[in-house]
Write a new protein. Structure first.
Length: 294
């Protein structure tokens, strides 16, 4: 009898151990958690290729319409806090999870990794995330009134306190012609990039990742500059000359652990020949699901 119980216990333990690592996904600007043509499609694609996997598509708010609006008009720090609490309460994520962020969801999930190490994030995939911020707002995939309101606020003053606390895109607006004001007044991006008050926990927590994949779209017409997707950005006091990640102070000073991740073979780069988030199903399966989610 005891032998049978022991064998049964081993079988259960083996089954638990073989369960695929759960996946958390966070959508981009103008999208929602459950759009069947975007995040709903991605969720099903992962589930079809990783049998038995639990996929959580994050929704900010209590409806898909609220989720879309919060992608424009809700303080990012508050959103990250809410997501951290959601992840902590989800028992299915207790042993760890992989994360895939799309567009601004990429840097938001990076903030989760840096600020909330419990439960542990194992692999982080940023698909078109703006990790050094943006200095332009050329296209906006949402209702005209939303895009117009955001543009007006950015034009009025991206670093005005009210705008910083309420307009999502202002919180990762990075003006290379006024780096001092950016570092002092950016309530989100300058913080997670350790550009004002250094927080060693941000670096140490990011270094807990097994892998960090950065996906850049070579024809991206939405992210300005597109090199931000690989942690590149404009030279200080210049909005024309671009500096690759390896030559930025963020990297050379190893402020958040990028250099350490890269030197240890855990920082990966994928270049996709297409416009913003235009990645084929075949590429998503072969380069993201098969390499980092299985």
């Amino acid at each position: 009898m005891q032998t049978s119980l022991f064998i049964g216990f081993l079988c259960i333990a083996a089954a638990i151990a073989s369960d695929p690592v759960p996946v958390v996904i966070w959508h981009g600007m103008g999208d929602s958690c459950c759009n069947p043509e975007s995040m709903g499609y991605i969720k099903k694609l992962i589930e079809d290729n990783v049998p038995g996997v639990y996929v959580l598509s994050l929704m900010i708010g209590d409806s898909t319409s609220a989720d879309v609006e919060h992608g424009f008009f809700m303080n990012v720090n508050t959103q990250v806090e809410e997501v951290c609490e959601t992840l902590r309460k989800d028992a299915r994520l207790a042993s760890g999870y992989n994360a895939v962020g799309f567009s601004q969801g990429g840097q938001f999930l990076r903030a989760v990794a840096q600020r909330c190490p419990d439960p542990p994030m194992r692999n982080l995939i940023s698909v078109g995330g703006q990790h050094q911020g943006i200095f332009g707002f050329p296209r906006c995939p949402a209702a005209d009134w939303i895009c117009e309101a955001v543009r007006r606020m950015l034009d009025w003053g991206a670093y005005v306190s009210f705008v910083q606390s309420s307009i999502v895109q202002a919180e990762y607006w990075h003006d290379p012609l006024n780096e001092k004001e950016y570092r002092e007044k950016s309530v989100f991006l300058a913080d997670i990039n350790n550009e004002l008050v250094y927080k060693d926990a941000y670096k140490q927590n990011l270094l807990k990742l097994n892998n960090f994949l950065l996906v850049m779209f070579t024809q991206d017409g939405m992210v300005v500059p597109r090199e931000s997707e690989w942690f590149g950005f404009y030279q200080e006091n210049n909005d024309k000359v671009l500096v690759a990640m390896e030559n930025t102070t963020l990297y050379t000073e190893d402020r958040i652990g990028l250099r350490t991740l890269n030197q240890s073979g855990r920082l990966h780069f994928l270049s996709v020949d297409g416009d913003h988030l235009q990645i084929s199903e075949a590429t998503f399966i072969s380069e993201i699901i098969n390499k980092f989610l299985k």
